[in-house]
Design a protein around this ligand. Sequence first.
Ligand code: CA
Length: 236
Amino acid sequence: MRILVVEDEERIADFVNRGLTSAGYEVQVAPDGQTALDQIHQSDFDLVILDLMLPDIDGLTVLEKLRVRKVSPAVLILSARGGVEDRVKGLELGADDYLVKPFAFVELLARVRALIRRGQPMMEKLSCGDLTLDCVRRRANRGGKAIDLAPKEFSILEYLMRNQGKALSRTMIVEHVWDMEYDGLTNIVDVYIRHLRSKVDDPYPAKLIHTVRGVGYMVDPGTKVTEEQVQMPDVE
Ligand code: CA
């Protein structure tokens, strides 16, 4: 997921950049409108976070120019101009969301996630090795045999499978599956993973759910990843 942050205030740009990068997004920053348009012209972004008061072209003009493109990314306006008129204008010009400065990073992250989720064509069927998930009917099947999963178990497995080969932290799983941020819930992920393993992995020789020590969990089919191989090296 690629995000372009159009922001002339370095402090805010840095703050947003760091936060989104650590949330797993690929971020680029444009300090003014023209740079932003050039960058959008050169590569595809899934989302543009757009400040309105820019040193050269006004953010709303950037938005207008962006919207005439055939394929244009989702746009979230992030502005100190919080008046009704500005909001309405922004949304009329095709912005997908509007967040007023000052803002809390969690709020921004929640909006970013919602927008990216909205714009993404969801794959209906996911597979990993001989395990398949039908995300519409919420059914799991491994080696031709149906597996009965509780709703949260299914959601965790779906999230892991959509990110196959990538280690996801307990916090990421909690935030995604429960849609909230609460550190106290991270232990619950281990409990659910235990349940999932007993249904999805234990009866089969090839294990698909892997523990990544110091990070969290990962679903991966072919590579014979064992806990020992992926664990972080101990620093003496
Ligand atoms: Ca500004």
